[in-house]
Design a protein around this ligand. Structure first.
Ligand SMILES: C[S@@+](CC[C@H](N)C(=O)[O-])C[C@H]1O[C@@H](n2cnc3c(N)ncnc32)[C@H](O)[C@@H]1O
Length: 323
């Protein structure tokens, strides 16, 4: 039952030209800020995968270890013939681990906004699991999702790893959990989230010594140049990531190194020296707080796995039953 791995969806939801107004409004606001989803064109996705291999970037290897160590328990919670819907899928690595431990998984639906990368990674999963129906969906997971027809809600497990939910504000994360609980009635959610920890560990994870995170962040400006006819000089900006203790989140910044005017889609945008664009927030969650947030959104916590160093949590949650 080998299926085509071409994404369904008729637009590139995170394409910069299609989001021109929102991007210009973000760059002209008193505090310049862009949605983190714009970091992910194909090069951004590849750079993110490279970040995942860095010694300082503990989240990926910790979550992968949690998936490996608890594979049997996860498989027994999920049960046979599962239909796996992965949000913000990125690399095929974690999906392959999950599908590999399940009993005859039936369908895999990766959802992502990085179009080319989604197609490539879905094709890899399809090649590895020829008996699984692979149906990639090119979409913004914060929009109403049009899911492929074969998905039945009862056997669907939403896989949402990589602490991607942390890129949303706490309010938007809670709203997404509520929407998913309603949409996935009868199903489940396997949610991987980074835990609050000391500032030094977090600072190192987002300011790696090889400069891969810097390249990932600066790629956003290269993308604006290409897709929105902008003229950012890449060496006139620097990457920085700071831990905001009060809000328990990393804030990734692109900092202007001098006073300058940048043209973006015909608009002149002034940057003072030291002024910055916020390109991503990454909220950290105490596992109990996260479970409370999920419960308030309608989910029921079945199991929470945490590594020995208490760096990352993986929660298995049940949606409300079908009424
Ligand atoms: C932090 S990376 C995580 C990737 C992978 N799931 C992992 O665990 O390593 C975020 C992923 O979500 C995708 N993404 C970000 N915002 C998105 C959105 N609003 N809708 C759909 N995909 C999104 C990105 O393209 C990227 O693949």
């Amino acid at each position: 039952m080998r299926q085509s791995a071409s994404p369904v969806g008729d637009s590139t939801p995170a394409g910069l030209a299609a989001n021109r107004q929102e991007i210009l409004a973000g760059l002209m606001a008193a505090q310049k800020q862009l949605e983190p989803k714009y970091l992910y064109d194909e090069r951004g996705s590849r750079l993110f995968d490279e970040i995942c291999t860095l010694p300082e970037y503990y989240p990926t290897r910790t979550e992968v270890n949690l998936l490996r160590t608890n594979a049997a328990a996860i498989a027994s919670f999920i049960g046979p013939r599962a239909e796996v819907l992965e949000l913000g899928a990125g690399s095929s690595l974690k999906a392959s681990l999950l599908l590999g431990c399940l009993d005859e998984p039936a369908i895999y639906v990766p959802v992502d906004i990085s179009a080319d990368y989604l197609e490539q990674q879905a094709a890899e999963v399809a090649a590895l699991f020829p008996r699984v129906m692979v149906r990639p969906v090119l979409a913004d997971f914060t929009d109403a999702l049009a899911l492929p027809r074969p998905l039945t809600r009862e056997r669907t497990v939403v896989f949402f790893p990589g602490s991607t939910i942390g890129n949303l504000s706490r309010r938007r994360a809670a709203a997404l959990l509520s929407t998913l609980a309603e949409q996935m009635r009868g199903g489940a959610l396997l949610l991987g989230v980074d835990i609050c920890k000391d500032a030094a560990t977090l600072h190192a994870a987002y300011n790696d010594s090889r400069g891969v995170t810097a390249a990932f962040n600066l790629n956003l400006l290269a993308r604006l140049n290409r897709e929105l006819d902008a003229d950012f000089e890449l060496d006139a900006f620097e990457h920085d990531a700071v831990y905001d203790l009060q809000n328990e989140r990393i804030e990734m910044r692109l900092v202007s190194q001098r006073d300058q005017v940048v043209n973006v889609a015909g608009m002149a945008i002034l940057f003072r020296k030291g002024e910055y664009i916020i390109s991503e927030h990454s909220h950290k969650y105490d596992p109990d707080d996260l479970a409370r947030m999920a419960t308030a959104a309608g989910w029921r916590l079945d199991q929470c796995w945490i590594d020995d160093s208490e760096r990352f949590s993986l929660q298995y949650l049940r949606a409300p039953t079908i009424s």
